[in-house]
Structure formats: C-alpha cells, structure tokens
Design a protein around this ligand. Sequence first.
Ligand code: HEC
Length: 136
Amino acid sequence: MPSELRFVLILTGIATLAGAASVFGIYRQDAAQARTQAEAMTGGHVDAGKAAMARTNCGACHRIPGIAGATGTTGPALNGIAVRAEIAGVLVNNPGNMVRWLRQPQQVVPGNGMPNQGLTEQEARDMAAYLYTVKK
Ligand code: HEC
C-alpha cells in the first residue's frame, strides 16, 4: 500500500474514533441534563423512583424503558411519557398532575385499570422524576 494511502486511512480512522467519542460524550451529557431537569421539576430522585417502580411492580402492567422485567401489557407502554401532552388522555402532562395520577388514578378516572397503590407523595415524586427521563 502506498504510504500516502496508509496515512489517509490512519487519519480517517482517527477521525472516526474522535467522532464516535464525541457523540458518546454528547449522549452522556444529555442523559445527565435530563436527569437534573427531571429532579428539579418533580422534587424527586430518579434512582429512588426507579427502585420504587421495581418494588411496586408497575412493570406487571406497563412496558417501561430502563426497568428490568417491565413488560406488562395491561396498561399502555410508557415509552416517551416525558414528552407526551397528556396523562391517561385526561390530564395535562405536568409534574403535579403526574404525581396526582400516580397516587390516585381511581379518583382521576374512576374504574380504570390502574389501582391506587397507596404511594406516598415522595414515592410518587421519585417515580415522576424517573418517568420524566423517559423521552423515547
Ligand atoms: C394493574 C395494572 C396497573 C398497574 C399495577 C399500574 N398501572 Fe399504570 N396504568 C394502567 C392502566 C390500565 C392505565 C391506563 C389508564 C387510562 O388511560 O385510563 C395506566 C396508565 C398509567 C399512566 C398514564 C399513561 C399514559 O399513556 O398516559 C402512567 C404514567 C402510569 N400508568 C404509571 C404507572 C406506574 C408508575 C405504576 C406503578 C406505581 C403503575 N402505572 C401501575 C394499569 C396499571
């Protein structure tokens, strides 16, 4: 192989690696920013919300990105819940309404398939924080 060609190939390789690294860096930065924003909006903690959702088994009824074993199909999949306009088709999607829904879905839509689960205000805020990181 001519040495010029080898040089070009090496440069292309370096550029590709640098590009991949910067995309990964941006991705990580976005994830960190999404988390900070979700926690500020809700007064909850993303990791605590994730743990509380696993503990209360929301995944028995919902597909929830990032929650192991959350593959239920009784309720709607929660993909992109952070960026949807409405909650359960009846509430504007904002943190206060999300907490209200999570704590008392039966008061919001009587008779719907999601039971009140006796969540504390903080548990609901933590879960809401997690849900507001679920943008896809
Ligand atoms: C027994 C099944 C069941 C369980 C357990 C359950 N849900 Fe639901 N959930 C539903 C159903 C059914 C709906 C749809 C209600 C409606 O649209 O009227 C729903 C709706 C929702 C919505 C609104 C979704 C949308 O598309 O607007 C969110 C958010 C939600 N659930 C989160 C949770 C979380 C978090 C937990 C755990 C604390 C949980 N759910 C536990 C059945 C369940």
